[in-house]
Design a protein around this ligand. Structure first.
Ligand code: NAD
Length: 485
């Protein structure tokens, strides 16, 4: 397999202007996969200039929606045709099991692009209900140059959630992938060019956050910035905007999602299996992982035993083995962070029921056992801070009011779930939980058709669904006077 780490700017592969590169390292075994361009301010300038020219001359923005649709459909088809290569790159670069790179990451990426392609010639503008003397048109226009900065946990999917609506609406995009997983974004840009997307419309500048990322977010000619990443960096995005051109910032940030199990839910084993499956999926590196599991005290012992019994099937193993459920954490730094949180949990008095240690150290890779803590206090570090690793915390509650209070006592508000066989309780609690998405008696349902995003410090944007067009379009009002005869 060919690994080309150069930027994609104006339809061409280019080394960084500085000539500098950095190594991208596989967390599977510590091997260097290849050299990647260390993009900086000069490269971001070139990419934004290319994107601006492409936008202003209308080579994409002025194409009829049906034409943009066909190109993006072809892009989606090329993603599917490159399924094996993209999945392998993703797994090698960030350590997720190949079975899920193949069955989730690649198809979801293609579906997202195809869905926005299909949508774009079905979205109508509006005419306002004015008097007979005038006509007021409310039209959507692309914002212009969109910057996208994405994390490493779902590198392709996170990029597609920005690219789909931004490109379909006619914008030009400059994407900065995470320095920890830059390879698939670069390949996606090549596939888009092969599909007929004009040069300059989709550019990728790999590099570090404080270099390429900062330059993009501070750029005076970027009109909107879609960011997915940590709350810490999201805060900076708002500062960058304030310090530059007040570009629109859409933040999709961290989470500490509550999974609330009431004693009136009969199928406790299913709730426990879902909690474990959702928490340990993607090695726990999911923004919406149910990392705070709130369980009524009367069923907590049984529930903890049932969750712990799930752990062996998530024992970390070689991500390239098709049977593996849980792979490697993204790098040694993330592994150290996760192990540090586990130590904090023990130091603060939580009970480690299973896991808690590094695994497979002899491989040179970054593996941590699936870990379950019981008797966690909602004010403990492991309940307050996002760990982003395979660590599930069980917090016990006495009644519904306390459950809601604990669930909402968090800086985050990305997702939540409630498990109950009472219809009234399901609606009551779902309404009371402060989160962008609430699940009832399940946690896995997800689809491109529904918005995804959070409240509080989980961010303000919404990826997916037709609502995502709001981020990458401006509403324009055009008044026309109609003279009386
Ligand atoms: P991160 O904030 O460290 O990095 C995200 C991106 O921002 C990377 O591309 C990085 O290079 C860039 N960046 C870092 N510092 C920067 C700076 N000073 N200026 C400009 N850019 C900078 O986050 P991460 O560790 O890559 O990702 C994990 C986080 O992403 C978690 O908090 C997770 O919850 C969140 N996430 C949220 C969603 C969502 O939809 N809400 C989805 C996936 C991940």
């Amino acid at each position: 397999m060919r690994i080309d780490g150069r930027c994609v700017i104006d339809g061409q592969r280019r080394a960084a202007a500085s000539g500098e590169t950095f190594d991208t390292v596989s967390p599977i075994d510590g091997r260097v996969l290849g050299a990647v361009a260390r993009g900086g301010a000069a490269d971001v300038d070139s990419a934004v200039a290319g994107a601006r020219t492409a936008f202003d001359d209308g080579r994409w923005a002025h194409q009829p929606p049906a034409v943009r649709k066909r190109v993006l459909q072809s892009f989606a088809e090329k993603i599917l045709a490159a399924r094996d290569e993209l999945a392998l790159l993703e797994t090698l670069d960030m350590g997720k099991p190949i079975r899920y790179a193949l069955s989730v990451d690649v198809p979801s990426t293609a579906r997202c692009i195809a869905w926005y392609a299909e949508a774009v010639d079905k979205v109508y503008d509006e005419i306002a209900p004015t008097g007979r003397h005038a006509l007021a048109l409310i039209t959507r226009e692309p914002v212009g140059v969109v910057g996208a900065i994405v994390p490493w946990n779902y590198p392709m999917i996170m990029a597609a959630w920005k690219l789909g609506p931004a490109l379909a609406a006619g914008n030009s995009v400059v994407l900065k992938p995470s320095e920890k997983s830059p390879l698939t974004a670069l390949r996606l840009a090549e596939l888009a060019l092969d599909a007929g997307l004009p040069p300059g419309v989709f550019n990728v500048v790999p590099g570090f956050g404080h270099e390429a990322g900062e330059a993009l977010a501070l750029h005076m000619d970027v009109d909107a910035l879609g960011f997915t990443g940590s709350t810490r960096t999201g805060r900076r995005m708002l500062e960058y905007s304030g310090r530059s051109n007040l570009k629109r910032i859409y933040n999709e940030l961290g989470g500490k999602s509550a999974f609330v199990v009431f004693p009136d839910f009969a199928d406790l084993p299913r709730a426990a299996a879902t909690a474990a499956g959702s928490m340990f999926f993607n090695q726990g590196e999911s923004c919406n992982a149910p990392s705070r599991v709130l369980v009524h005290e009367s069923i907590a012992d049984d529930f903890v035993a049932a969750v712990a019994a799930q752990a062996p099937q998530y024992a970390p193993a070689d991500p390239l083995d098709a049977a593996t459920e849980m792979g490697a954490l993204v790098d040694t730094a993330q592994m150290a962070t996760v192990l540090g949180y586990i130590q904090a949990g023990m130091d603060e008095g939580a009970r480690c029921v299973t896991g808690g240690r590094q695994a497979l150290a002899e491989t040179g890779g970054c593996y941590v056992e699936p870990t379950v803590f019981d008797c966690v206090g909602n004010d403990m570090t492991i309940a307050r801070e996002e760990i982003f690793g395979p660590v599930l915390s069980v917090i016990r509650f006495r009644d519904e009011a306390e459950a809601v209070l604990l669930a909402n006592t968090s800086a985050y508000g990305l997702q939540a779930s409630v498990w109950t066989d009472s219809l009234n309780r399901a609606h009551r609690v779902a309404r009371a939980l402060r989160a962008g998405t609430v699940h009832v008696n399940q946690y896995d349902e997800d689809d491109i058709t529904v918005p995804f995003g959070g409240v509080k410090q989980s961010g303000n944007g919404r990826d997916k669904s037709l609502h995502a067009f709001d981020k990458y379009t401006e509403l324009k009002t055009t008044w026309l006077r109609i003279e009386s005869a």
